[in-house]
Each structure stands twice: as structure tokens, then as C-alpha cells.
Design a protein around this ligand. Structure first.
Ligand code: B1M
Length: 215
């Protein structure tokens, strides 16, 4: 098992999309849990790429190729994860996206898929989403929760602007706000007046349940 997960990690490190996709399919054939293959395999690869990039041993094209390989694997798992929920889609509507200025969407998409699999209706606005769009879509859909992902220390400020804008429009009490992404934390969520922070996709589901009043 460890050797297989290592191969998954290595496929992302090598930026080898064909291999990543093949291994993802193999994981499903071998009945390995998609979340385990993602977390203990592919994500380790993309995190290592980030570390090497930060250290200056790897350059932007390799970062992009690693991300593309990661996305090929995620595309295999996505329909399976989306089907995996036990609850009907009736827990409430969540409007999710990555905040403006930020194009990182792999983690956000995983969170959206897991929320959907666990009974939430999802409107995924994609990445680089303007503050006003989160609010307008939430109003339009009568959303219970706005979920905002940010991967950059510069763009996380946009999460604060969503909360502020909700207050300006007297909507703060009608919709919950959850935040996530690498630079965020519980403390950050408290500081900006969000209702909660989740560190990964599983925690995001638990938090969303709590925010809409499901155990
Ligand atoms: Co970029 N990048 N990147 N990048 N990238 C980071 C974030 C960085 C930490 C790398 C590094 O320096 N080590 C760094 C940010 C530094 C900082 O701000 N302090 C960085 C940078 C600087 C940049 C650029 C500025 C580089 C440049 O152009 N000079 C540029 C920014 C472009 C922009 O957005 N405007 C850039 C570009 C890119 C790529 C396009 C090449 C690619 C993204 C491809 C894509 O997403 N379509 C990319 C990648 C892949 C990364 C790293 C390596 C991996 C991110 C990832 O997908 N992780 C990343 C390093 C890292 O994070 N260690 C890095 C896997 C994913 C499953 O995890 O996204 O953390 P994650 O999501 C998790 C949790 O965070 C959580 O659940 C998810 C699942 O468990 N979560 C939520 C996420 N959102 C949530 C929302 C929730 C709840 C939980 O509720 C709302």
C-alpha cells in the first residue's frame, strides 16, 4: 500500500498526468478509499512541489505540470466522491469559490465535492471570484452558507471583505461564512468575523454540518 501511495505522490512530482490518472483509476479498482489516495498520495506530491518551489529548486512550469497531474487524478475521483454521501441533498445550499485574485482551485473543488456528497446543494463559482459575486449568488440561492477558499496570504484579505460586505448589506445574520485554505486558521476566522475555519475537506463537512445545525 505504501509503495502504491508513493507512486501516486511521485506521479504528481514528475508532473506526469497520464500516470496520475492511471494510478487514480487503479486506486478505485483496488478499492482504496479515494480520500486516502488523495491525502496520503497525490496531495503529498503537490505539497512537496510547493516546498521545492519555495526553496527555489523547482520552477513555475514544474509547479504547473504538477498541478495539472493532480487535477487529472482528482477528475477520476470526483464522480465517486460525489456519489458517496449518505444523506439526501437537503441540508442547505452552500455557495463556494476561491476568492478574487486567487486561481488555486484544487482544494476548493475537493471541499465542494465532499460537501455535495454529504447532503449540501452546491453552487461552485470557481476561482478568482469577486467579493460581490459571493454575496449576490448567496442571496439569489437563499444559501445557508458561503464558503471561501484562499491560498495566498495576499488574497485571504478578500475573505474579510466578504464578511464586511455582508454586514454593509445587512445580510450578515442570514448566511454563515466559512473560510479555508493554507494560510487561514481558526484565529483568522475569528479575527475577520467568519463563523468557522476548516483545515481540510473532511473538517469542512463537519463544520458545515455544525453551521447549519446538523450534528
Ligand atoms: Co501556488 N502557491 N501560486 N500554484 N501553489 C502556493 C499556495 C504556495 C504556498 C507555494 C509556496 O510558496 N510554497 C504560494 C503561496 C505563498 C503565500 O501566499 N504565502 C503560492 C504562490 C506564491 C503562487 C503564485 C503567486 C506563483 C507565481 O505565479 N509566482 C501563483 C498565484 C496565482 C494566483 O492565484 N493569482 C501560483 C500558481 C499556482 C499554480 C497555478 C501553478 C497551481 C494551482 C493550480 C490550481 O489550483 N488550479 C499552484 C499550486 C498547485 C500550489 C501548491 C503547490 C499546492 C496547492 C494545492 O492544490 N494543494 C501550493 C503549496 C501548498 O499549498 N503547500 C501553492 C492541494 C490541495 C488539495 O490542498 O489547496 O491546501 P489545499 O486545500 C485543502 C485545505 O487547504 C482545505 O481543504 C483542502 C483539501 O484538504 N481547504 C479548505 C481549501 N480551501 C478550503 C475552503 C474551505 C475549507 C477548507 O471552506 C471554505
Amino acid at each position: 500500500m505504501e509503495a502504491f501511495l508513493k507512486d501516486c505522490m511521485q506521479s504528481v512530482l514528475d508532473g506526469d498526468g497520464d500516470k496520475a490518472e492511471k494510478l487514480a483509476n487503479e486506486a478505485l479498482d483496488k478499492k482504496i478509499s479515494p480520500l486516502e489516495a488523495i491525502d496520503k498520495g497525490f496531495v503529498r506530491g503537490i505539497r512537496e512541489i510547493g516546498r521545492l518551489w519555495e526553496e527555489g529548486t523547482l520552477f513555475l512550469p514544474e509547479l504547473v505540470m504538477g498541478a495539472e497531474a493532480m487535477k487529472r487524478a482528482m477528475a477520476v475521483f470526483q464522480p465517486v466522491l460525489a456519489k458517496g454521501g449518505e444523506r439526501p441533498a437537503s441540508l442547505g445550499h452552500v455557495v463556494i469559490g476561491t476568492i478574487e485574485g486567487d486561481i488555486h482551485d484544487i482544494g476548493k473543488t475537493l471541499v465542494a465535492t465532499m460537501l455535495s456528497a454529504n447532503g449540501f446543494e452546491i453552487t461552485d463559482l470557481g476561482a478568482d471570484v469577486p467579493v460581490s459575486r459571493f454575496i449576490e449568488e448567496a442571496e439569489k440561492r437563499g444559501a445557508a452558507c458561503i464558503a471561501i477558499s484562499a491560498l495566498l496570504t495576499t488574497t485571504m484579505m478578500g475573505q474579510r471583505r466578504v464578511v464586511e460586505e455582508l454586514k454593509n448589506r445587512s445580510l450578515r445574520n442570514t448566511v454563515k461564512v466559512m473560510v479555508g485554505g493554507a494560510p487561514c486558521s481558526e484565529e483568522w476566522a475569528r479575527e475577520i468575523g467568519a463563523d468557522g475555519y476548516a483545515g481540510d475537506a473532511v473538517a469542512a463537512v463537519a463544520l458545515a454540518h455544525r453551521l447549519v445545525g446538523v450534528r
